[in-house]
Design a protein around this ligand. Structure first.
Ligand SMILES: Nc1ncnc2c1ncn2[C@@H]1O[C@H](COP(=O)(O)OP(=O)(O)OP(=O)(O)O)[C@@H](O)[C@H]1O
Length: 528
């Protein structure tokens, strides 16, 4: 992961490291936010309504065109006039250079930061069992699991009343005696981490002062996040000790770990377990691979994870968890985990059913901006995400909106993971109402409170054709879980019209035209 490494050694990270090691990434991310603001890391334009949040604000110039009646609640007239991004001007569908490559682990981390609760999934669970003779259980309550009372108390203290769908099926397997191996897949936010953390904690034998449970995470941040869940769940079990094996954590030569649980990244765990022998890997009885697809894919940490996997004893319980597994990775997982039970929670199909889609005819980048101003002038919008094709357009738009008095967060691919986390943290907490972003946020991230998604530029692939999958992911950010959402597509020029038509044809859904100079019409989109 590029960014955290690059920041290591800076005051920002050292300060936050100290905090993270105390076990709370959430607190750390707040510190990052503050530290980042102080240091004004280049490229981050993040502002509040008064424009004082460190944003780069261009000087005001042109006023926006007025709305037709009843224009009583027009947007602030002091529009800024930063130079419009030339590359995109006149045709929002231009296939400008792609940016924002980000890893599945980063996406998962951002997801965890922005999500506030459990995602309830009504879809079916598929269970494949290697040993058909052993019966299948599911639990409807945490009491039924016969947990230590202190652990049960911790689960309830976290606000968990009943197991989630995946937990119903996974927990009996995780806690089974004799232990069973498990490969589990279910979408992000469905309670996987909580499930395996509960298993990790309940498997600890506190009479033995050495590591018994090893949990591997692909990144420093994810390891800390998992540790944070473990510490909260074990808040009434002070006798259970957890150690992070992540960068920044150092041990004296010859020292031995007496913690029960190690949560860490593969490189550090290899160093500690094999090179320095700070713990005896042969005594590990539970091995958890979080984000298993990243950990065992060829592009991921396969070599290191497999080396560790090979060192743990055969009798060790193997638990692989992931939101996704591609076919190859699943085959590989099945090959290295003996007799696994495989649980899959089918993903709820993203659908356009409860999203009202509109397009707005625009002449230029400026008129796209005007369209947004007019909409904001008429209806009250909770939180919105605006997608741009390039980071240049995104930062141009952010500057203009900030200058217009909006509270705007900007998230683009050039930000470090810490910066992205802090931006999302603030947006989730409602500190900014508008999030302007590129495709960095289009996939996999659930922002529950978003009511409007604006495609400032329609999503296109390398050839300039409609990227319908990305379109679905983007507008799927709104209208989740039965709530109605609104998607507005700003269209300028021949090419972007052609892209819009491809999207309409692809989904077979009408996208209505919205006249943003007619306040009545704008008001109606909020009511229909
Ligand atoms: N049984 C439960 N009841 C209520 N909330 C829960 C329950 N289990 C987990 N949660 C909460 O739901 C959210 C998502 O849970 P969790 O992080 O375990 O999901 P996940 O599937 O591991 O997600 P990801 O794939 O992003 O890692 C968290 O805020 C967690 O505290």
């Amino acid at each position: 992961m590029r960014s955290t490494e690059a920041l290591e050694g800076t005051p920002v990270l050292n300060f936050a490291n100290t905090y993270c090691n105390a076990g709370s990434l959430r607190k750390a991310s707040t510190l990052y936010t503050e530290a980042i603001f102080r240091l004004q890391v280049g490229g981050l334009a993040l502002g509040s309504g008064d424009g004082s949040g460190g944003a780069k604000i261009p000087a005001p110039a042109a006023a926006p065109a007025p709305l037709r009646a009843p224009a009583a609640r027009t947007a602030t007239a002091a529009a800024a006039a930063a130079a419009a991004p030339a590359a995109a001007a006149g045709d929002g569908a231009a296939p400008a250079s792609s940016e924002d490559a980000y890893s599945a682990a980063e996406a998962s981390m951002l997801q965890k930061v922005i999500r506030t609760g459990l995602i309830t999934n009504k879809n079916d669970i598929e269970v494949q069992r290697a040993d058909p003779s052993s019966p299948l259980y599911s639990v409807k309550s945490f009491e039924a699991l016969n947990l230590r009372p202190e652990l049960l108390k911790g689960v309830y203290a976290m606000g968990f009343n009943a197991p989630s769908k995946i937990q119903e099926m996974a927990l009996p397997i995780l806690l089974a005696d004799p232990p069973q191996n498990l490969i589990a897949q279910s979408q992000s936010g469905t309670g996987k981490t909580a499930a395996f953390v509960l298993a990790m904690l309940s498997r600890v034998d506190i009479t033995k002062n050495y590591p018994q449970v090893l949990c591997l995470s692909p990144t420093y941040e994810l390891a800390l996040q998992t540790g944070d869940v473990a510490q909260r769940m074990a808040q009434y079990c002070p006798d259970i000790r957890i150690k992070y094996a992540v960068r920044g954590e150092e041990m004296a030569r010859g020292a031995k770990l007496d913690e029960h649980i190690i949560i860490g990244t593969p490189g550090k765990v290899l160093d500690w377990g094999i090179k320095f022998r700070f713990f005896d890997i042969k005594k590990i009885s539970v091995f958890v691979l979080d984000e298993a697809d990243v950990m065992i894919s060829l592009q991921g940490h396969q070599d290191q994870s497999i080396r560790i996997h090979k060192m743990v004893p055969k009798s060790c319980q193997m638990l692989f968890f992931s939101a996704t597994y591609n076919g190859e990775v699943m085959n590989f997982a099945e090959a290295i985990v003996s007799n696994p039970v495989i649980i899959k929670l089918k993903r709820e199909e993203e659908s356009l059913d409860n999203i009202k889609q509109y397009y707005v005819e625009c002449m230029s980048e400026e008129s796209k901006y005007q369209a947004i101003s007019n909409i904001y002038g008429v209806i009250t919008i909770g939180q919105a995400i605006i997608f741009c094709h390039t980071k240049r357009t995104a930062s141009w738009l952010a500057n203009k909106m900030i200058a217009d008095g909006h509270s705007v967060a900007l998230l683009s691919g050039e930000l470090t993971v810490e910066q992205r986390i802090s931006v999302l943290d603030r947006f989730r907490d409602g500190k900014e109402k508008i999030l302007i972003t590129t495709n960095v946020l289009s996939r996999g991230i659930d922002v529950e409170q978003v009511t409007i998604v604006v495609n400032f530029d329609l999503p296109v692939d390398q050839t300039g054709s409609a990227d319908c999958e990305t379109y679905l992911h983007r507008i799927g950010r709104t209208g989740r879980f039965g709530k109605a959402g609104i998607a507005i597509n700003l269209v300028d020029g021949r090419r972007s019209h052609a892209v819009l038509k491809q999207i309409i044809d692809h989904f077979g859904r009408k996208i209505n035209r919205l006249d943003v100079e007619d306040a009545d019409e704008i008001e109606r989109i909020n009511k229909d």
